[in-house]
Design a protein. Sequence first.
Length: 438
Amino acid sequence: MSYATERETSEGKVFTVTGGDWDKVVTGIDPINDERIVVNMGPQHPSTHGVLRLVLEIEGETVREARPIVGYLHTGIEKNLEYRNWVQGSTFVTRMDYLAPLFNEAGYAMAVEKLLGITDDITERANTIRVLMMELNRISSHLVWVATTGMELGALSIMLYGFREREYILDIFEMITGLRMNHAYIRPGGVAQDVPDEALKKIDEFLDYLPKRLKEYEDMLNDQVIWHGRTKGVGVLDVTGCMALGITGPVLRSAGLAWDLRKTMPYCGYEDYEFDVPTATSADVWGRYLVRMAEIRESMKLVRQAVDKLRPGPIMVADKKIAWPAQLAIGVDGMGNSLEHVAKIMGQSMESLIHHFKLVTEGFRVPPGQVYVAIEGPRGELGVHAVSDGGTRPYRVHYREPSFINLQAIPAMAEGALLSDVIAGGASLDPVMGGCDR
């Protein structure tokens, strides 16, 4: 690895990394006598799902070597968490994998709750709402995958339709959380606010509407000769390869292994829901397409069950030293603490006012320790390793991000295959670079 000239700053000596081993790769090729050439795909290529860079060594149309290079979307979110209190962390983690914000929030909240020792105190309604929101989010994420992968392989209509259906879900999210994305809705202790009745009606409408649209997708793609040619036998990665590289999620299940943390290590009450874990045996792009389409239907079943399971009750833990924000309401100036709650703490109880002030400005303390919590995200195992030193801020939070792990599979799938198949194979991993680089 080569570096730019070092320079001194107020924070100490700084080095700037410059382009990996690109120069070394290029100088190793004889442009006159060697038929191999080096192609730099990205980091702005429209088929790399964001700012992913691939350095490809090709011979004719065949890829001989592929090197994924990440880091172009690095946001420093994990480091930023160390300078915010435990509740404020929700606002940061939701922005990592921007197609699965509610999963980022849920994993983080569950890790904090495990450190606090209050996992069993999370109310039934809060857990049901978490399942409801995560499964809607899984559907929206898979819809984006179908849309973008179709576009990259030439099926332009599916891109428009996939995003059209996703808008329906984003409207539901906005009704419940106030935001289409980056919600900070799932908080340590529960959720920020309850689900309004109009959102439940919208969900029922969506569940009646989506099956017809999925049938249209399949009518367009399932018997399409070009779609078969671009997906079948392309990007093959069997179970052995997946296990060796730590690949999880739909990619692993497309190779025949029904590993889904919602079944194997249930959380949030998933053990009380009826659903199947779809698998395929082809271990290729086609199999991943079938698995994700089937998962959308299973998530619809889970959403329906979650709506039926919703019972009246609190959405936050009873401990007022943790439950914040506990009293939210929609007012003329937007969302904030309800006027009744403000009147109480301002006019009736000095202790409540002091406590509220400390909770908002300083945050609650978390006992020292470290935990690892894993949930099943749309792309695979999303793990959170959280460490506390006993203070009001995390000492360290690190995510096991499936996009980052799964990108290791690109060389295994691409080397020896055609250049055009790099696009299909990479897309089938469904990487989101915001989660990869976090």
